[in-house]
Design a protein around this ligand. Structure first.
Ligand SMILES: NC(=O)c1ccc[n+]([C@@H]2O[C@H](COP(=O)([O-])OP(=O)(O)OC[C@H]3O[C@@H](n4cnc5c(N)ncnc54)[C@H](OP(=O)(O)O)[C@@H]3O)[C@@H](O)[C@H]2O)c1
Length: 264
């Protein structure tokens, strides 16, 4: 067997740079914590470059990772801020193709008294801001980034929720209906983006241990067939798989990452 020639250190470094230059790119929203942060880490561990946003500026954390191209502080519940994010992301892309868009950022508002926010007690302006972030921001990002996604024949993953499919004891009505809308939007997008060669799917988490969960969620564990809460990494790995070439013939589908809870 012939041994491969030793590469001088300087050349090895530039080879790594060249690899990074050609690495696929994902835009991930809500990457400052929880499922979004785990997803950002998972994509980088697989050698992808990422562009992210959240309201919090996490530039200091981002600088440690060469594959983290940019974190752009953005409030996706304000349309002008979302449009600004699209423009900045395109500047960062500099005409390069975009292999994945992960619409993850969302809120599930609670009342001060932990009362469920229902149809009768919720302020309508509050409903509108939930829909702006959970439903309209994914639509705006898909529209705004359609051209670079088409260039890569890439993939979109929308993070929906088990609460969009059945009444949930703690998630409010505005949240649940915005997520049901996002599930329907995923189907609509799959048809329109299919013509661009772009796949669109959804991942629907159950009870995942993040800041979104409050202690009373523990009471739901007996209703989860796998008898435990999920971890952000469980969702991140599924999102990644839906963006990877292994799922190249999958579009318009929704994968439940619930430990089986959605069967009830
Ligand atoms: N955890 C669960 O059990 C569960 C279950 C079903 C579905 N999900 C879905 O999974 C996704 C992630 O949830 P998570 O549990 O990881 O939530 P999380 O821990 O609360 O994180 C939410 C992320 O979204 C960002 N975000 C919130 N409001 C934003 C805004 N206006 N503009 C831009 N970014 C904003 C947050 O950053 P900033 O605060 O810095 O903006 C944060 O990075 C959501 O779509 C959620 O609906 C979660």
């Amino acid at each position: 067997m012939t041994e491969s020639p030793e590469i001088p250190i300087a050349d090895a470094a530039s080879a790594a740079d060249t690899q990074a230059e050609n690495a696929p790119i994902a835009v991930i929203t809500g990457a400052s914590r929880g499922i979004g942060e785990a997803t950002a880490q998972h994509f980088m561990a697989k050698g992808w470059r990422i562009i992210t946003c959240s309201r919090e500026d996490i530039a200091e954390r981002q600088e440690k990772y060469p594959l983290w191209m940019a974190h752009i502080p953005t409030d996706l519940s304000h349309r002008s801020s979302t449009e600004h994010f699209v423009e900045r992301a395109k500047e960062v892309l500099q005409g390069q193709a975009l292999q994945a868009l992960v619409n993850n950022a969302a809120i599930s508002p609670k009342t001060a008294f932990k009362e469920r926010l229902g149809c009768l007690n919720g302020d309508l302006n509050h409903w509108a801001s939930v829909f702006e972030l959970n439903f309209f921001a994914p639509l705006l990002l898909c529209r705004g980034l359609a051209a670079p996604l088409a260039r890569a024949k890439g993939a979109v993953v929308n993070i929906t929720s088990i609460a969009g499919h059945a009444i949930h004891p703690f998630a409010g009505s505005a949240y649940s209906t915005s997520k049901a809308g996002l599930s329907a939007l995923t189907r609509e997008l799959a048809v329109e983006f299919g013509q661009l060669g772009v796949r669109v799917n959804a991942v629907s988490p159950g009870e995942i241990e993040t800041a979104m969960l409050t202690p009373e969620y523990e009471a739901l564990v007996p209703r989860i067939p796998l008898q435990k809460l999920g971890e952000p990494q469980d969702v991140a790995a599924t999102i990644y798989w839906l963006c990877a070439p292994e799922s190249r013939y999958i579009s318009g589908t929704e994968i439940f990452v619930t430990g089986g809870q959605h069967v009830y």
